[in-house]
Ligand binder design. Structure first.
Ligand code: HEC
Length: 240
């Protein structure tokens, strides 16, 4: 956990150093001048030169270990951190998915299970598919996104986010060729384009299905058949 954040901090530091470097002497001059204001003006020239050189050296030093790293070639995605001892990515138990518009994409890129599309944005795909394929149901892991149609999504948040909705966050979306606009998001109060409340319908699923309705989990059926669902997925405007 701590290592994950340390790596993040180092990366951020390198990135911001990189940005300073791009701006050239302006960035260095600002830093040096701030220091000089507190000190002698007479040393101004020397101060300006020294920090400039140090910055360049720091850039090189910081970049080298990051590229080679303690575990060359091992890159850990969101929701995971690098265990430097074992050189493998471990699941971050505190990970959460506060979805942004970029998290919603062409549904055809995601796995299809029965009628719906499913992915996991926090490195828990194996567990996600295991729950989806378990005939006895189960609780989806944090980071799961499930969609039946491009306009509606359920996102699994961290444990405790919303016990009432099984930690699901509901989304009403407007997808277009430019991407996805989040029209509304929430737990118990999100409605779809027909004015139907997501949670009220999905709460009728029997407990072992974690609020996922499908056709036989206890929810009232919706008046769109598989043909329309396939059509909406096939014509997702975000797909290339
Ligand atoms: C009228 C009841 C109703 C409302 C309102 C409703 N849903 Fe559903 N939803 C269903 C049913 C029933 C299914 C299963 C349909 C099927 O598989 O053919 C479903 C399917 C889904 C699925 C695919 C996984 C599953 O549960 O089968 C997602 C994701 C989903 N809905 C999200 C939403 C979101 C988000 C909203 C609100 C913006 C919403 N739904 C509103 C009844 C509803």
């Amino acid at each position: 956990m701590r290592k994950f954040w340390v790596m993040g901090a180092v990366l951020t530091a390198v990135l911001s150093l990189g940005a300073c470097g791009d701006e050239g002497s302006d960035g260095d001059g600002d830093v040096a001048n701030n220091g000089v204001d507190n000190n002698d003006t007479g040393n101004n020239d020397t101060d300006n030169n020294d920090p400039g050189n140090n910055d360049t050296n720091n850039d090189t030093d910081n970049n080298a270990p990051n590229n080679d790293g303690p575990c060359p070639g091992v890159e850990c995605g969101p929701g995971t951190f690098l265990d430097e001892g074992a050189c493998q990515c471990e699941l971050d138990p505190e990970a959460d998915l506060e979805a942004t518009e970029e998290d919603f994409e062409c549904l055809q890129l995601w796995d299809r299970i029965r009628r719906f599309r499913i992915t996991n944005k926090l490195g828990r795909m194996e567990e996600t598919l295991a729950v989806a394929n378990n005939p006895d149901g189960g609780v989806y892991p944090v980071g799961t996104i499930i969609q039946l149609v491009p306009q509606e999504a359920m996102v699994k948040r961290r444990e405790g986010f919303s016990p009432e909705t099984g930690d699901w966050e509901f989304f009403f979306l407007t997808p277009s060729s430019d991407g996805t606009e989040i029209v509304s998001r929430g737990t118990t109060d999100v409605v779809n384009s027909f004015g139907g409340n997501c949670f009220e319908c999905h709460a009728k699923a029997e407990p072992q299905w974690d609020l996922i309705c499908e056709q036989d989990h206890g929810c009232d059926p919706i008046p769109i058949g598989e043909g329309i669902i396939n059509n909406l997925q096939d014509n997702d405007p975000r797909c290339p």
